[in-house]
Design a protein around this ligand. Structure first.
Ligand SMILES: NC(=O)C1=CN([C@@H]2O[C@H](COP(=O)(O)OP(=O)(O)OC[C@H]3O[C@@H](n4cnc5c(N)ncnc54)[C@H](OP(=O)(O)O)[C@@H]3O)[C@@H](O)[C@H]2O)C=CC1
Ligand SMILES: CCCCCCCCCCCCCCCC(=O)[C@@H](N)CO
Length: 358
């Protein structure tokens, strides 16, 4: 069962340190003693978000899915009911909202809190977003701005609304009995490695990665204050930030992007073997349960992360350091290879005939 485990909050069989305490202590929690967790999933009506919602329902969570289209959300909630671990106890809700609007994110948090007997959600997982590929000069600037709104701002708005709620100072009497909350972003390995034809999209994902790194540092201040909660006002709970970096996902969004994707881009990403939403979700949840911070879903993704690890917190100092050495050697070959493939494409095919998007 999926729930809190107070005793093991900072220690799971001695393997996980306080800094990377687990996301969901499934195997250790005692369902009788701990309440179910309430999870909000943006973009929860399709693709990866929907798979995440289904799997967390199967682990016993209360799930709220948020997206713009009511019909898809209704169908998702039906599916969640059928996947619930405990149909009598678990509750499901959908909220229609366009998360490019920051006020809508505030509304989502307050509606979830009211529905959840006055408690804020325990987990917020930002999955909303889709990709509009194309060469930079071919795609109208208005669409590129929309991509920033849809990809970056849906996540940043949701993080803002969530953290303002979670980090509000409360007196010791208001502290939570189950002190851990998780904010999860969904990024893309394109935040690590550029691929021609993803100009409208990758910068927004890179911005999410930068926000995630910044927040992972900033949150330490709040978590430090939380350790003094018995004496002072402090946030109601300890908070962890995580970001998932999938490769291709076989989703409705992916089918759409394939229709407009430049041939060169398809060739450059040949080594990506897209995964099903269920696979991506399962791998991500397992990594969250191990307490990981930057999460990739397959080996090539891990190599891409390794070359761009920079100042991000590591999941495992030895493993990540060796991987970054290996990746940096691999990329000595990959970087010129990507560029020469682009050059040769132009040499062979001339300019692309795709300047008709206006
Ligand atoms: N597919 C891929 O190959 C990859 C995807 N990703 C990322 O993973 C995440 C999931 O992608 P994928 O599985 O393809 O998802 P889909 O494109 O299949 O689904 C996107 C979801 O987001 C919702 N959504 C879109 N815009 C908004 C908005 N403005 N406000 C609220 N909800 C919105 C959609 O519902 P509705 O339209 O009804 O609002 C839908 O539920 C995305 O962040 C994506 O960028 C990362 C790597 C690869
Ligand atoms: C051994 C290591 C070699 C590494 C070579 C680099 C290969 C690049 C693969 C690009 C994969 C892009 C996946 C993300 C797609 C995505 O986010 C969009 N589909 C959005 O929806």
């Amino acid at each position: 069962m999926f729930g809190f485990n107070r005793k093991n909050e900072f220690q799971v069989e001695g393997r996980v340190s306080a800094r990377w305490a687990p996301f969901l202590s499934t195997h250790l929690s005692s369902p009788a003693n701990y309440p179910l967790q309430t999870v909000v999933i943006t973009g929860g009506s399709d693709g990866m978000g929907r798979a995440v919602a289904g799997q967390l329902a199967g682990k016993g969570a209360h799930v709220v899915v948020v997206a713009r289209t009511a019909s898809k959300l209704e169908a998702t909630v039906e599916e969640l009911r059928s996947k619930a671990l405990n149909t009598l106890k678990q509750r499901f809700l959908y909220i229609c909202a366009d998360l490019t609007d920051a006020n809508e994110c505030d509304r989502v948090i307050s509606e979830v809190t009211a529905w959840n007997d006055g408690s804020a959600p325990d987990v917020v997982w930002c999955c909303a977003g889709f990709c509009h590929p194309g060469f930079f000069t071919d795609v109208p600037i208005s669409i590129q701005r929309q991509q920033m709104d849809t990809v970056y701002w849906t996540a940043a708005n949701m993080a803002h609304a969530t953290l303002r709620n979670w980090l509000a100072p409360v007196p010791p009497s208001g502290q939570m009995r189950n002190p851990r909350r998780h904010l999860i972003f969904t990024c893309s390995t394109l935040a690590f490695v550029p691929i021609a034809g993803y100009g409208p999209y990758s910068p927004a994902k890179a911005a999410i990665r930068s926000l995630s790194d910044t927040l992972s540092q900033e949150i330490e201040m709040y978590n430090g204050a939380y350790t003094q909660r018995h004496r002072n006002t402090a946030p109601a709970a300890d908070v962890k930030i995580h970001t998932v970096f999938p490769m291709g996902i076989l989703s409705p969004g992916f089918d759409n992007e394939q229709k407009i994707k430049p041939e060169l881009t398809k060739m450059l990403e040949e080594s990506d073997k897209p995964q099903t939403p269920e696979e991506v979700s399962q791998i991500a949840i397992q990594a969250l349960e191990r307490g990981e911070y930057l999460i990739t879903t397959m080996f090539v993704g891990n190599v891409m992360k390794g070359t761009a690890l920079g100042p991000s917190p590591r999941n495992n100092i030895v493993g990540d350091t060796f991987m970054s050495w290996l990746s940096n050697l691999v990329f000595l070959q990959v970087i010129p290879d990507l560029r020469s493939k682009a050059f040769n494409w132009g040499k062979t095919n001339g300019l692309p005939q795709t300047t008709s998007e206006e």
